[in-house]
Design a protein around this ligand. Structure first.
Ligand SMILES: Nc1ncnc2c1ncn2[C@@H]1O[C@H](COP(=O)(O)OP(=O)(O)OP(=O)(O)O)[C@@H](O)[C@H]1O
Length: 602
């Protein structure tokens, strides 16, 4: 979509908040680069964050950039690097190795940044872009590194692997090091790898002893490092401290990042050593303070009892896709198994509510094209899905948090967080897949009645949501040719539409052994993910409060799976113990004494 077309879609008043009133050339960028921005990407005017960051980055300062999702942070760092690289005289060559390194948390983001680079470098053919990431063929990557990559985009695990094992990887000319989605890289548990990378590259500000060899291999070029995210907070404090020299903070206030506080380490991050994780970094302490969200984003929550979650999700999706012929929706789940199960239901479940029979219809309930994306998928399938959802006009994407950060799927209109995100920062990034660059967007957060305290947690970060009129929406459906006005129906679970749909779903799952197995697997991993909430959130998302029969219903299982693997058994035992503990605490003191004696004896 052209810049001017995009601008037409902006709400009145929003444009000034998004775009600056200057040109790319006036920021100091080379004319050919400005032409590329216009011709290849259709960008005529810089966004506000680009107008602020580009001159500072051109001046050589280290920066920390914090700006709302979808405001153009990628170009803010890529354009100045390209500007500087094209100036080198004599021209840089492949044999000079890598000059700029962009670190990103996921493979999809790696591809996305690489594709933007390809477009921007079209007329600077001597500057070579490249990428290395988990899942790709290592020896092919080695070959590309040997030939030389001027601007390299990488995921941390694979980068470290090549830094240690690919002798021909030349980085002595490295001048720029960028951490895009810096907080997420740390949340995924890459703290140690990042320190190691900084040491090998000689990019640590306070260089530890013992790395003299690696540092000696680096030339004395001026280094410039950058950290960027829509949710930079104190989780990146340590990284900022060890990697940035006198940084300029763009879009950040001191409250959010206390660079003068005593040094910490990377804190209680996960110990994940894979290239990505499915979950948000639930172990991180969240920072109080407002996050920047796109002002035009309409944020709502929906309160649904556990047993009706699936029926309500499908109903909301049906409403969305029937209301607008072309519609792009992303639904976030907490686990890969949940994505797989819901993907099968969304693409195979047939039900015609006008027919009296439960299953006797041949019409798909959801007619949208459906995609899925998660970390357990084959690498190629993941790549194809990512590209396909980018270009498709109307579709539903079911995903884990691999799609939560940085991905720029054009024209996504609706984000549904079916499983709650955990940290407020993850909420911000998930909803940030819509309402990008001033465009319209809606988000919907599913909560069970006992989880609504989560809304208070979001309020602490300046995020407030209004309630979605669920019963009214359900009333709009025709059931057996009739409208059911739920005047006296106060709860969604009692709504005739929901009860009929639930019955049909249960019957569908029970007659399809493959889907039943997916449902059981999803049930187990969903509970496991629910127990993974940490800190304050554990108080809101309490596994012991869950009614497992209702959880089973949310996977269209008529009964709770009896025994599915050892880990599930352990979980049930743990829950029983916790429940017994709670009961003991409720008993009068005499009995409690007796109970405690018995349990000690046991
Ligand atoms: N100057 C510009 N004019 C028009 N469109 C732009 C401009 N700069 C960026 N865009 C477009 O805006 C969208 C958002 O850009 P980008 O992905 O860089 O945002 P971001 O701030 O990095 O978002 P996130 O925090 O989600 O990663 C993209 O579709 C990009 O092509």
């Amino acid at each position: 979509m052209s810049n001017s077309h995009k601008k037409q879609q902006l709400k009145e008043g929003t444009e000034d908040e998004i775009f600056a009133s200057c040109s790319f050339a006036s920021l100091g960028l080379h004319q050919t680069l400005c032409d590329q921005l216009r011709e290849r990407l259709a960008f005529e005017t810089p966004t506000q964050v680009q107008a602020k960051a580009i001159p500072v980055i051109l001046s050589g300062r280290h920066v920390l950039v914090n700006a709302a999702t979808g405001t153009g942070k990628t170009i803010a760092y890529l354009a100045p690097i390209i500007h500087n690289l094209q100036k080198y005289d004599p021209r840089i060559q492949r044999s000079d190795g890598t000059f700029a390194l962009v670190l990103v948390p996921t493979r999809e983001l790696c591809m996305q940044v690489y594709e933007i680079l390809q477009k921007l470098l079209h007329r600077f053919h001597w500057i070579v872009p490249g990428y290395i990431m988990g899942g790709e063929n290592r020896s092919k990557e080695k070959g590309r590194l040997r030939k030389g990559i001027s601007i390299l985009v990488a995921t941390p695990g694979r980068l470290l692997d090549h830094l240690k094992n690919t002798a021909s990887f030349l980085y002595t000319n490295l001048r720029w090091l960028i951490f895009d989605e810096a907080d997420r890289i740390l949340e995924l548990g890459y703290g140690k790898e990042i320190e190691e990378i900084l040491d090998i590259l000689g990019s640590r500000q306070s260089k530890p002893a013992g790395n003299a060899n690696s540092i000696a291999r680096i030339s004395t070029f001026q280094r410039q490092n950058m950290l960027l995210s829509a949710t930079l907070n104190e989780s990146v404090n340590h990284l900022a401290k060890i990697s940035l020299e006198n940084p300029l903070k763009i879009g950040l206030d001191e409250k959010k990042l206390r660079l003068n506080s005593p040094p910490e380490n990377f804190g209680p991050v996960g110990s994940n050593t894979h290239d990505e994780a499915e979950h948000s970094g639930r172990a991180l302490g969240s920072s109080d303070g407002d996050y920047n969200l796109p002002p035009q984003l309409v944020q709502r929550y929906i309160k649904v009892p556990c047993g009706s979650r699936l029926a309500v999700l499908l109903s909301v999706l049906k409403i969305l896709f029937e209301r607008e012929a072309t519609q792009k929706v992303v639904v976030f789940f907490s686990t890969c198994d949940a994505v797989d199960f819901h993907y099968s239901v969304a693409s195979e479940f047939k039900w015609q509510p006008s027919s009296q029979s439960e299953t006797g219809s041949s019409l798909l309930f959801l007619r949208s094209k459906t995609f899925r994306l998660h970390g357990n998928m084959k690498h190629d399938e993941r790549r194809t899905t990512f590209q396909a959802f980018k270009t498709v006009k109307s579709a539903l994407l079911l995903s884990t948090d691999v799609a939560a950060r940085g991905l720029d799927f054009p024209k996504v209109r609706y984000i549904i967080q079916y499983d709650s995100p955990g940290e407020a920062s993850e909420y911000v990034h998930r909803v940030g897949r819509t309402a990008r660059l001033g465009q319209r967007g809606d988000s919907l957060l599913f909560l069970q009645p006992g989880e609504t305290d989560y809304l208070q947690d979001l309020v602490k970060h300046g995020v407030s949501l209004t309630e979605y009129p669920l019963v009214k929406s359900l009333d709009s459906f025709l059931l057996y040719g009739l409208k059911h006005h739920g005047k006296r129906i106060v709860s969604a679970e009692m709504h005739p539409w929901v009860t009929s749909l639930q019955k049909a779903l249960e019957s569908f799952v029970s007659t399809e052994p493959r889907i039943k197995q997916l449902a059981k697997d999803a049930f187990v991993s969903w509970i496991r993910a629910y127990t993974a909430h940490r800190g304050e959130l554990k108080r809101i998302f309490m596994v012991k409060k869950l009614h497992l029969g209702h959880v089973a219903k949310s996977f269209a299982l008529k009964e709770q799976p009896s025994l599915v693997g050892k880990s599930f058994h352990k979980l049930v035992t743990k829950r029983k113990r916790a429940q017994m503990q709670m009961q003991k605490q409720k008993r009068p003191s005499k009995k409690r004494k007796l109970a405690s004696k018995t349990s000690t004896a046991g």
